[in-house]
Design a protein around this ligand. Sequence first.
Ligand SMILES: Cc1cc2nc3c(=O)[nH]c(=O)nc-3n(C[C@H](O)[C@H](O)[C@H](O)COP(=O)(O)OP(=O)(O)OC[C@H]3O[C@@H](n4cnc5c(N)ncnc54)[C@H](O)[C@@H]3O)c2cc1C
Length: 373
Amino acid sequence: MKDVAVIGGGFAGVAACKFLSRHKHGINVSLFDSKATTDFLPVLPDCLGRGISSAFLSYPIEDLLKKFRVKFVNAEVLALGLQKKKIMTSSGEFGYDYVIVASGSQTNFYDNDNIKRSAYKLDSVADASKISAVIRERQFDNFIIAGGGYTGIEVATNLARFLGREKNKNIILVERAGSILGPLSAWMKEYAAANLRQLMIEPILNASIERIDGENVYISGARAFNRAIVIWAAGVRTAKFIQDLNCEKSPQGRIKVDQYLKLNDSCFVAGDAANFYFRGNYLRMAVQFAISEGYCAAENVLRSIKGKGLKEYQPLDLGYIIPMANNKSCGVIFGINFRGFLPTLMHFMMCVFRSYGLKNKIGIIKNLIKGGL
Ligand SMILES: Cc1cc2nc3c(=O)[nH]c(=O)nc-3n(C[C@H](O)[C@H](O)[C@H](O)COP(=O)(O)OP(=O)(O)OC[C@H]3O[C@@H](n4cnc5c(N)ncnc54)[C@H](O)[C@@H]3O)c2cc1C
């Protein structure tokens, strides 16, 4: 019997378990996750403005794994001993023959304790529920989002939808770079910027949040806002146990893997945790790649056990969408540019298709219809 450990019960980890469960002869599979649920991250911003209930965005990992006959260890992984093949967790130490690291990424506060203590993040269903509650309970005049990437833009447009036509409320998007949506093409940046203008969302470019003091927020360039809330979407990095590994990593701490998603003979990496080089670029963080990498990493574990040659990971890039909550989304699907309602619809179709459990799928659809998609 070989012990296979999967670290992380997100898209990549669940896909890996699903694959391994089809070929379970002679292997014991255990999945480690610090949370008891697997969260559907792409819809989190919509809890704020579209009224999607966070109850439909999580699924108990234990229930999911019953179908796959995989053991669940609900514990945080604190360290990974690659030489000794040991996983140190908050519930003790575990050995393995093969490990798949699929622990995703999390908000990066760049070691700024003041911002970490005072700003809100959006990494999980629990985070989305917390922000939803606080913006309903407290009266803010200024809603400040740090980061002009796709998450920041989704959050900002959802807040615009939440606030509706309330007067004297400001939504501010603070971006360190000179433009929103970093490396994306010019037409998308222009389209998104025009949409933000229409929604009265103010981008402040070439700026950063310097300090948060209660409800007072100080931005570089001597601008200050009071009665303000900060939602931090200005970058991600991998888990601490990955940061501590002695191997080649990207600045975000993603592990550099080879064409087989392999770090060494007994360790494969999938999803956001993997930095995979493909056609002149590193793959972006996205659900589609997390799932296909999860399958490929699991297949390569099985091939290793059977002494077969490994399979190269061949990503299929279907495209991407920047969903905006007034339904003026934009994206590129199969190389074709889309704007407006159609990409919004495609985004939610993908979300419903990929979410776990019939109850959740129906719940998301009902909430979307009720909220006036
Ligand atoms: C707000 C938001 C919106 C997004 N929108 C989109 C979108 O529209 N389209 C798209 O393609 N992608 C989107 N993404 C990105 C996408 O969600 C990720 O690329 C994807 O979730 C990566 O999957 P993963 O399995 O690698 O990691 P995750 O899904 O993040 O799962 C990682 C799991 O590992 C667990 N874990 C982490 N550290 C540890 C530890 N130390 N010990 C134990 N368990 C641990 C976590 O609890 C989690 O369950 C979005 C992300 C966010 C945050």
